[in-house]
Ligand binder design. Structure first.
Ligand code: AZC
Length: 829
């Protein structure tokens, strides 16, 4: 607990911190003070990075009083709050978001003008913290924004990776990864607190001792440790004067190096331990949905959850807090299986360190944790080999065994000696013996939720049916959402202005108000203005892509966008077959070029570095792009653009400009999707399968305003059951045959048929994600898209209705659902 120093008798020391005056002059003065005193440079000799840093410090200064106040208030109130545990936070740039939250955008812009500075140039200086892979990490970032905006007592815990998601480049059309050195110039948004470091132990062995009363206690004798140093980030709420905290941990060696070895001249050996320790928070694992079971990854997971639990107990709880009351004070939300090792860690702390009885500790644990599952892919459910876990965390393995033993006893009591069921439900799986982290989370969690209605249903019915039967009422759904502050207000100021003009302010924190736009969809004048905004957004994107990648974007084209991680289940391949079909149609002369609706296809996608098929597909997209873009026969009709290194910053420019949103995963594979929500909210129409949150989007916007195609999940199941033979679909559809044959012929690889042969044979003989089965229906639906785009006014109307009817997808609504169904943490006033 923070104590007031005895000497703090000066009135200034006792007064609360004050924000600088919210005037242009006040801002200029604070900015120059920061430039001079924090950066040590004069305005006249400052570099753009100095000016960006000083601007960021100035924004911080305005938020500081509220931040300090909120930290004090959360400690004082001891109200129930959320600890959001997530290995990823894909934050995006902070400057604009924080200016907006603090109502400083105008003042700061004018202040920069007064200093002769172009604030846009400073915006470009910020390297976005890419501390996440994709949907899961970006969801965590949206959630902490909503938690702050809704004044929910909460703290986000995670890892301060020194290198975030890799920077993608293309060399001859193939992905090459570069390290994301986002910290090279320093981040102005973080506050390191080395004095609050936690010691985190690993390895070693356990010892059992029995006292006179015969009570057995276990002690963990660890083999090594590292320091976890917290870095705090401000999470300002939107226009509510609240500032929450995101606390990210960095691994630091407790001894810089061994001086004895250093003096003996073996410099490498002397720093070895340091390098080893600091590797823990060095780099984000770039696997999205398909984790590799690497020891370092388990070290990362344990490192951050152990630090977070200790931090919560040491620093967030009042000194006299009775641990029995923890369930009324905190809920730890597990963002997928990555933080699930927190469960045995929490038990270890309560039982071994705080001396609580096992049963009492377990009862508390089962109330203090809840688990969100983000996937249906079996390969994405993390398992840890018992020998690895036992070597790294021997005490935790014992705890997991005991949890499992007692759990399976309960199962036997309920269902008898049904050995098959017991084997299926065991937290430990055999051959190879490993710990099923999703099962551990399900057993420990007060609630388990999926991230869209369909996903939650399939989770109960297909992935964890025995658990659903065993724990009635444990499973629930919370459909994902996205923050309207970043993804409408900031990303699409044109649309935001139009909405405010039509509906007044207030929609940014009450997104269901967008319903009011339905009436405006019938107003021809409004439609004209709405279409103008879309066009202006295309112009902005065009400038960005020219500057960034040297691309030329035709603003008259239908802009057809597929941006998301590259994964076979998401089916970028299906999109590509559509493009090749269109191209082949024109160059073969079967289709008159002038009859084709001009389209530009934009892709954005990173592939996990070890995912060979995904990388081949990236190569193929680029190869098709370069042939199509260079062929005069399709000039002005088809264009394929694949800007490298898709990230949050680029998403904020691409999404508001899009006409068509591609959400074409195989039904039953995409848990939710959140890009799909961002597009709809920005007025793109969706072409999509009956999958994830697409289902809910279509229900809300209506069949007439959504392009549905493809098999449903039960149809997919039926086709598998019957025996899926992709080659039959190839034989049956001449368009499909021509497209695949063209790729196989080497038309996109200078005649070399071997380059894309693995992609082609994968489609013809394996096709796990049934691309060929959905091809005809996709092509037919795309023809409807072309026809619909022909009537611009009708398209605009549908586009407005998409905006009007998707207010449900605000992450504020998701957080409200979490509060009602899982957390029971009312906002504080
Ligand atoms: C993703 C899901 O694939 C995506 O459908 C969902 O919208 C998102 O989470 C947020 O819930 N999952 C992941 O990124 N990663 C894992 C391990 O599932």
């Amino acid at each position: 607990q923070e104590s007031t120093p005895a000497a703090a008798s000066h009135p200034l020391a006792l007064a609360p911190v004050a924000a600088p005056p919210a005037s242009v002059d006040g801002f200029v003065r604070e900015f120059l003070r920061n430039l001079n005193f924090e950066r040590g440079v004069a305005l006249s000799s400052s570099a753009p990075n100095d000016r960006y840093m000083a601007l960021a410090y100035t924004v911080r200064d305005y938020l500081m009083a509220r931040w300090l106040e909120d930290q004090a208030r959360q400690r004082e109130l001891q109200a129930k709050g959320v600890c959001y545990l997530s290995a990823e936070y894909l934050l995006g740039r902070q400057l604009d978001n924080n200016l907006l939250a603090a109502r400083l955008t105008e003042v700061a812009t004018e202040a920069m003008v007064a200093c002769g500075i172009d604030i846009d140039e400073l915006r470009q200086q910020e390297v976005e913290p890419g501390l996440g892979n994709g949907g899961l990490g970006r969801l965590a970032a949206c959630f902490i924004d909503s938690l702050a905006t809704m004044s929910v007592p909460s703290i986000g815990y995670g890892i301060r990776y020194e290198y975030g998601i890799f920077r993608q480049t293309f060399v001859d059309g193939q992905q090459v990864e570069q390290p994301d050195a986002w910290l090279t110039l320093g981040s102005p948004w973080e506050f390191p607190h080395p004095e609050a470091a936690q010691k985190i132990f690993f390895g070693g062995h356990t010892e059992k001792t029995t006292d006179e009363q015969g009570v057995e206690t276990t002690t963990w004798v660890p083999g090594w440790h590292v320091l976890a140093v917290p870095y705090n980030y401000m999470v300002p709420g939107y226009h509510n004067g609240r500032v929450n905290t995101l606390r990210l941990w960095r691994a630091v060696a407790s001894n810089a190096f061994d001086l004895r070895i250093f003096n003996s001249g073996d410099y490498e050996e002397a720093v070895r331990a340091q390098t080893f320790a600091e590797n823990i928070s060095k780099v984000l694992y770039p696997e999205d949905s398909t984790p590799q079971g690497k020891e370092l990854r388990l070290q990362q997971q344990y490192f951050f959850v152990a630090a977070s639990i200790a931090d919560f107990l040491d620093h967030q709880l009042s000194a006299d807090f009775d641990l029995e009351n923890l369930p009324e004070r905190v809920i730890f939300q597990l963002n997928d299986t990555h933080p699930v090792i927190a469960v045995p860690e929490f038990m270890r702390v309560l039982v071994d360190e705080r001396g609580m009885e096992w049963d009492a500790a377990w009862a508390i644990t089962q109330k203090c944790f809840a688990y969100t599952c983000h996937t249906l892919l079996p390969e994405a459910l993390e398992v840890w080999p018992v020998d690895l876990l036992g070597r790294l965390l021997p005490r935790h393995l014992e705890i997991i065994y005991r949890i499992n033993e007692e759990f399976l006893l309960e199962v036997r009591e309920r269902f008898g000696d049904d050995e098959l069921r017991i084997r299926n439900m065991s937290i430990i799986s055999e051959n190879p013996r490993s710990v099923r982290m999703a099962y551990l989370a399900t057993v420990a969690g007060a609630k388990v939720n999926g991230v869209a209605e369909l996903h939650s249903q399939l989770l109960r019915e297909k992935v964890l049916p025995d658990f659903d039967e065993f724990y009635p009422g444990k499973f629930t759904n919370v459909t994902n959402g996205v923050t309207p502050r970043r993804f409408v207000r900031l990303a699409n100021p044109g649309l935001a202005g139009l909405i405010t003009e039509a509906l007044g302010a207030g929609w940014t924190v009450d997104l269901e108000r967008l319903r009011g736009l339905e009436a405006f969809a019938e107003d021809p004048e409004f439609r004209v203005k709405f279409a103008e905004v879309k066009r202006a957004n295309k112009r902005i994107l065009s400038d960005v892509l020219r500057e960034r990648d040297g691309f030329v974007l035709n603003e008259d084209h239908l802009l057809d966008v597929m941006v998301k991680r590259l994964h076979e289940y998401k089916r970028q391949m299906l999109k590509l077959l559509h493009i090749v079909t269109e191209y082949e149609g024109i160059v073969s002369g079967r289709v008159e070029a002038s009859s084709v609706q001009p389209r530009t296809f934009i892709f954005g996608a990173k592939a996990a570095p070890g995912y060979a098929m995904a990388k081949r597909i990236i190569h193929l997209i680029n190869a098709v792009g370069s042939v199509v873009n260079d062929d005069p026969r399709v000039e002005g009709r088809l264009k394929v653009l694949f800007p490298p290194n898709y990230n949050v910053t680029l998403a904020e420019r691409v999404i508001p400009a899009a006409d068509l949103s591609e959400q074409i995963s195989l039904a039953g594979k995409e848990a939710s999707g959140t890009g799909n929500m961002k597009f709809a909210l920005n007025g793109a129409l969706t072409i999509g399968t009956d999958d994830g949150a697409n289902v809910e989007i279509r229900e809300l916007v209506g069949d007439d305003n959504f392009f549905l195609f493809g098999m449903t999940e039960p149809e997919v199941e039926a086709l598998w059951a019957k025996g899926y033979k992709p080659a039959e679909f190839y034989q049956a559809d001449s368009g499909l045959r021509r497209a695949i044959d063209l790729i196989a012929s080497g038309a996109f690889s200078d005649g070399d048929r071997s380059v894309f042969e693995p992609v082609v044979s994968n489609l013809l003989y394996d096709d796990r994600f049934m691309v060929l089965a959905d091809y005809s229906s996709y092509i037919a639906e795309q023809a409807k898209v072309d026809a619909a785009y022909g009537d611009q006014d009708a398209w605009t109307r549908a586009s407005i209705l998409n905006v009007a009817r998707t207010g449900f997808f605000s992450s504020d609504r998701s957080i409200r659902d979490y509060i009602d169904r899982i957390w029971h943490t009312p906002p504080i006033l």
